[in-house]
Design a protein around this ligand. Structure first.
Ligand code: HSE
Length: 440
């Protein structure tokens, strides 16, 4: 059988990795796919640089439309990132009847419904393993390996930059700004790291996993997103003393509110008991914990970024598309795991309705009765306290931190309790609130 022809748009870190791994392992990949996979064309901004990477037989162009419009190309691989041009590439490729492989989580989380709708109409595949957790085959696991299950929850460390920063803050007791600078110097964090540190990148990935796990449309705009830029080293230290690690978690979970089904979709710093495996995922590594009714708990761990780990997922998609390109479209694995006419409209819950436990740090004046005031407010709100940490104040200290861990409660009850605590004359400044998940 003739090789399938691939057009690669973008030859940056992941594009180069994809080209090189495909070349290095071409014989094994051909034996697995049933035919060769040939990157016949690349679209790049700097053709001279590309010549040093790709072989003679590969055509280099600077205009991506040449790739998408070429009648010789069967699969378009979009690896340029960003949203607008990537969307144009995907939509035009689909309209031309080409399959699309992309690593672009921002694109799918924000325009996935439109893209998958168009792909359905044109009987083409859009594959996106590399969009979530880099080299970890989590899309494959959720969409196929766990297909017997009613998925109950997903909790993932799905941004390596923030996990690196949190690990360094904990190990070295450094503050956020110092570690961010180091991460940038080491090339972990982007020059503009906003999407990483503010939780947006993780929320894109959580949105995609939620869609596949629960059979719902992509709803990034309904996700709650909180990053790590205001996290203080002192909270990491107190959490440690209480037996917890703080991780930026992406959470997607089924929930019942007043008997109605809803879905929690949220990204925020989270305390996790340090004895959980996922709490021990350090540095730039990723991990995703999935709970299904049949399988129970399963954990997927690996590199969430980088040239070859991400290429590993891009090429897995190329092999899948190559195998299934000639299959009857009805027999292919659906883009979002569920048949397109079987998506449900279970709502994403507003943050006020979610249920979780909490870490609260309250900076107080060192006065008689202050602890009694805090516990009274929580008891009146029917919020149960799990642990308290109060350091003996330094001699003559007029202020100190009180840390409280609570049992589960609804976010709106906690909002109201925090407002009352902050109104106390003995409380100085805002309460620090970090959500806590026991993950059991
Ligand atoms: N910037 C991402 C991270 C990698 O730090 O994990 C690509 O999704």
């Amino acid at each position: 059988m003739k090789p399938i022809k691939v057009g690669l748009i973008g030859l940056g870190t992941v594009g180069t990795g994809t080209y090189q791994v495909l070349k290095r392992n071409q014989e094994d990949i051909r034996r697995r796919a049933g035919r060769g996979i040939d990157i016949a064309m690349v679209a790049v901004r700097a053709p001279e640089r590309a010549r040093g990477i790709v072989d003679e037989g590969c055509r280099i162009v600077t205009d991506w439309t040449e790739v998408v419009d070429s009648p010789d190309i069967d699969i378009v691989v979009e690896l340029i990132g960003g949203i607008e041009t990537a969307r144009e590439i995907a939509m035009r490729a689909i309209a031309k009847g080409k399959h699309v492989v992309t690593a672009n989580k921002a694109l799918l989380a924000t325009h996935g419904n439109e893209i998958f709708g168009a792909a359905q109409e044109h009987d083409v595949m859009v594959a996106f393993e590399a969009a979530v957790a880099g080299g970890i085959p989590i899309i494959k696991a959720l969409r196929e390996g766990l297909t017997a299950n009613r998925i109950q929850s997903i909790a993932g460390i799905i941004n390596g930059t923030t996990n690196f920063i949190l690990s360094e803050m904990r190990d070295k007791g450094l503050d956020f700004a110092t570690v961010l600078r180091q991460a940038q110097e080491l090339g972990y964090a982007e020059a503009d790291p906003t999407f990483d540190i503010e939780g947006v990148d993780a929320a894109h990935k959580a949105t995609i996993m939620a869609a596949i796990a629960f059979g719902i449309p992509m709803q990034f705009e309904r996700a709650y997103v909180e990053g790590i830029s205001s996290l203080k080293a002192v909270d990491i230290r107190y959490a440690e003393q209480l037996g917890y690690r703080i991780k930026l978690l992406g959470i997607a979970r089924r929930a019942l509110v007043n008997g109605e089904e809803g879905i929690e979709l949220r990204v925020h710093p989270t305390l996790i008991p340090n004895k959980r495996l996922i709490a021990n995922v350090e540095g730039a590594m990723n991990a995703v914990m999935v709970r299904g009714d049949a399988v129970g708990e399963s954990l997927y761990y690996g590199k969430g970024a980088g040239a070859e780990p991400t290429a590993s997922s891009v090429i897995a998609d190329l092999v899948d598309v190559t195998r299934l390109a000639t299959a009857d479209p009805e027999s292919r694995v659906p883009h979002l795991a569920f048949q397109p006419n079987q998506l449900t409209n279970v709502p994403i819950l507003p943050m006020a309705e979610i249920t979780t436990s909490y870490y609260l740090r309250v900076y107080v004046k060192n006065r008689l009765g202050v602890m009694a005031d805090l516990t009274r407010i929580l008891a009146d709100a029917r919020i149960s306290i799990d642990a308290v940490l109060q350091k003996e104040p330094a001699e003559n200290a007029t202020r100190l931190d009180i840390v409280l861990l609570t049992h589960q409660t609804q976010e709106k009850k906690m909002d109201a309790a925090i407002a009352l605590i902050e109104a106390l004359e003995t409380v100085v400044g805002p309460v620090t609130r970090i959500r806590l998940e026991s993950l059991n």
